[in-house]
Design a protein around this ligand. Structure first.
Ligand code: ZN
Length: 130
């Protein structure tokens, strides 16, 4: 593998919404995130945000909902900051799984503005020559 000065810094997507199962007993249990009193407007906004993610591939097979057992998608989505499974919006919307504040605020901020939320590297372009 070769590297050069023009390489962007390596980007790490923070994974969210992957839940406990037999293969990954270390992952969180969605039941611990359920908050029936969570504001329905925010819940809907976060679910919309999650559904509008950019698909970046498919998991192996369909992932059933850990709470109700319904088939719950197989794609992986990203927004350039987080990566989550397609079915995460189902937990938010249908089971009122309240995601950590960091994610809720990120989703609401991104929904309410057209500004790209990632870090912008200006130095490379400023130093570029024709
Ligand atoms: Zn479910």
């Amino acid at each position: 593998m070769t590297t050069s000065n023009s390489a962007l810094p390596p980007m790490r997507l923070r994974i969210i919404g992957y839940w406990v199962d037999d293969d990954r007993p270390d992952l969180p249990d969605p039941a611990n995130f359920v908050d029936p009193d969570w504001d329905p407007g925010k819940r809907q906004a976060v679910a919309n945000y999650l559904n509008a993610g950019r698909p970046i591939g498919a998991e192996c097979g369909c992932s059933p909902c850990r709470i109700c057992g319904a088939p719950n998608g197989f794609e992986e989505f990203t927004d350039g900051v987080y990566q989550w499974p397609e079915g995460l919006a189902h937990y938010v919307l249908d089971h009122s799984a309240r995601l950590p504040n960091e994610i809720v605020e990120h989703a609401l901020r991104s929904t309410n503005s057209s500004t790209f939320v990632g870090l912008v590297d200006t130095e490379w372009w400023i130093a570029a020559t024709g």
